[in-house]
Ligand binder design. Structure first.
Ligand SMILES: Cc1ncc(COP(=O)(O)O)c(C=O)c1O
Length: 378
């Protein structure tokens, strides 16, 4: 299909050619197993260590370690199960929120079967959690709070900084943050966060790469057993080329964050201006203009799935639901939690921008939306 307009960057973002180039070169040159003791293996091992250091330097972290994973799903599972299993004697209560990605929510829910108690915080009408509801949920047996910084469907921003500061009063509680939709997009304040997860493919890195960063003092239990790689926390031969190219993707994302942000802000403003001028047709579900990367809106009078398909037939890629829900549910649980309105939750469209999008592409999206809605009416 010629001239595709790709506006689904929150699902996955096109790989940066520089990152791919790194991946290819490392695959060919450093092909030895980093655990092998011969010199080629040791060279690979040194490169792996260097890539961890690069990530920590770029993120300005000094008391942390990097655990490479296959993506954020695995990183979230390791953080949550790993922490709860290793710290069972300290308590068994976990706090999370209704708007979390399934890799957090379903992991926490599974722990109920292992005797853990779970509190799921609601979100307010803007889609974010309230600090007071978190404060009220903390109990004597609470050991873990796991929240996302940015919601993948609406772009809502949680008050992570304030929560992290508050949780410092409770040394027994670890704070895990799913940073997937925030990394490289918003300025990050990582102070007072004990663990956070990242996915390579959301920051123009490669699919299959991800990481969990944690404070060294946080104790986890491995969730898969094997040869003890990644400091005994994630066994399996390290995919060095994925790991080292992820370090490059993180570096590029952080160094371009401010520039990309300004660019994307202009794109989302254009789309939001159009939606605000047409509120008889659209209800805007994204209430944080500080996060221009995701614009979520509902069609008041039409089926989102029909409009998304029609846009796709015209070469414009947006989502009706986030990719991880699209095949299982037919409405957005996050938008439902915010609005309590099934019609609105059924008919959401998510436009998610990336650094390669242009103002002309936003014009095309708006023009085609108008045409499609007119055609459906006729
Ligand atoms: C907020 C958030 N967390 C976790 C994930 C899971 O990432 P992955 O599919 O790379 O494992 C996603 C992916 O959509 C996400 O948006």
């Amino acid at each position: 299909m010629a001239n595709i307009i790709y506006l689904d960057n929150a699902a996955t973002a096109k790989v940066d050619p520089e990152v791919l180039d790194s991946y290819n070169q490392i695959t060919l040159k450093y092909f030895a197993n980093p655990s092998s003791i011969h010199s080629l293996g040791q060279e690979a091992s040194r490169l792996l260590d260097k890539s961890r250091e690069q990530i920590l330097n770029v993120l300005k972290l000094t008391h942390h370690e990097v655990i490479y994973t296959s993506g954020a799903t695995e990183a979230n599972n390791l953080a949550i199960k790993g922490y709860c299993f290793a710290n069972r004697t300290r308590g068994n209560h976990i706090i999370t929120s209704v708007s979390e990605h399934p890799s957090v929510l379903n992991t926490v829910l599974e722990l109920k079967d292992f005797g853990y108690e779970v509190t799921i915080l609601p979100v307010n009408e803007k889609g974010a959690i309230e600090v007071n509801s978190l404060k009220a949920a903390i109990k004597e047996n609470t050991i873990l709070v796991s929240l996302m910084m940015v919601n993948n469907e609406t772009g809502a921003i949680n008050p992570i900084k304030e929560i992290g500061k508050y949780l410092k009063k409770f040394p027994k509680i670890a704070f895990h943050v799913d940073m997937v939709q925030a990394m490289g997009k918003l300025p990050l304040d990582l102070e007072n966060i004990d663990m956070f997860s990242i996915a390579g493919h959301k920051i123009h890195g490669l699919l299959g790469s991800g990481l969990l960063v944690k404070e060294k003092k946080i104790i986890l239990k491995a969730i898969n057993n094997g040869g003890g790689q990644e400091n005994n926390l994630r066994s399996g031969t390290n995919a060095l080329a994925l790991s080292a190219s992820l370090a490059k993707a993180v570096r590029i994302a952080i160094s371009n964050q401010a520039k990309d942000y300004e660019h994307v802000k202009a794109l989302s403003k254009k789309l939001l201006d159009y939606l605000k001028d047409n509120q008889d047709k659209y209800l805007i579900n994204s209430h944080f203009e500080e996060n221009p990367y995701i614009v979520n809106f509902s069609l008041r009078n039409h089926k989102a799935s029909v409009v998304v398909e029609a846009l796709s037939n015209r070469g414009i890629m947006v989502s009706s639901l986030s990719a991880c829900h699209a095949k299982h549910e037919d409405y957005s649980a996050v938008v439902y939690a915010m609005t309590n309105d099934l019609n609105i939750a059924h008919n959401t469209i998510r436009v998610s921008f990336g650094r390669d999008n242009t103002l002309e592409e936003v014009d095309e999206l708006v023009k085609n939306l108008e045409q499609i809605i007119k055609e459906i009416k006729q």
